[in-house]
Design a protein around this ligand. Sequence first.
Ligand SMILES: Nc1ncnc2c1ncn2[C@@H]1O[C@H](COP(=O)(O)OP(=O)(O)O)[C@@H](O)[C@H]1O
Ligand SMILES: Cc1ncc(COP(=O)(O)O)c(N)n1
Length: 274
Amino acid sequence: MNVYKALTIAGSDSGGGAGIQADLKTFQEQGVYGMSAITAVTAQNTLGVQGVYPLGPDAIAQQLDSIGVDLEPDAVKTGMLFSSEIIRIVADKVQQYGWRKLVIDPVMVAKGGSALLQEEAVQSLITYLIPLALVTTPNIPEAEILTGRKITSLQDREAAAQIILEMGSRYVVLKGGHDAGTEGAVDLLYDGQEFIYMESKRIETRHTHGTGCTYSAVVTAELAKGAAVPVAIHTAKAFIQAAIEEGLGIGGGHGPTNHFAYQNRLRGDRYGAH
Ligand SMILES: Nc1ncnc2c1ncn2[C@@H]1O[C@H](COP(=O)(O)OP(=O)(O)O)[C@@H](O)[C@H]1O
Ligand SMILES: Cc1ncc(COP(=O)(O)O)c(N)n1
């Protein structure tokens, strides 16, 4: 049996909708063996982030070494990295172990506004990590911070994708979930040659906690199985659309998406709903 393995390097979300928990659930749903290196523990629920506790550099390096020497991942993603110091460690280990299928979700703030990346760490992301990326998946506010440019039009998005590509990422997906200016939810994929738009119906809901984490986890799982980047991106869009459409409606605030929904549709059963 061929077992494909994916690794997430990210923060823990106690509420289970984003971060490590969203990534591992998504890997499992997509038929990939999931592994994790935790960068920070957050106390978090659908109402917001109540606490952030980064792990020490040794704890992070050691997790990556434990995986690197024994359980070679087929693809790797990063999520919440919190500090420059953590970014440097992750970049070093990615190079040391030759992890080339690297997806970077440049997580900066939680939907409720809490910082998941220190401001001074943005430059480290640009200098050390993005040059190692196969795919970088910023949302619009993250792309604005990475490029220092306001994004209000589709031309602005294309220009920002170009700048991020020039930082060294082989592909860029600029996700459009935040842009209420477009009728649909419009994502832009750029490979340095052509701009490919992927549009889906925008769903009116407040339950979008963890959409970015889940989306980039699908991309990572599909890359681990050997999919080409544009194919992995299409699968991710379909997965997240189903996950938002069939939201679980749990918690009093911004609830998680339904990680069961995409496979439920393929299998025709109803896990996660009652
Ligand atoms: N309300 C929505 N309806 C449909 N798709 C959405 C909605 N919100 C986000 N998405 C999709 O979810 C994915 C994550 O997008 P986005 O919300 O921009 O990222 P993040 O979660 O990192 O802020 C993208 O594919 C985006 O198009
Ligand atoms: C540990 C952790 N990592 C990432 C996010 C971003 O999630 P969102 O998709 O809601 O912006 C989060 N809220 N918590």
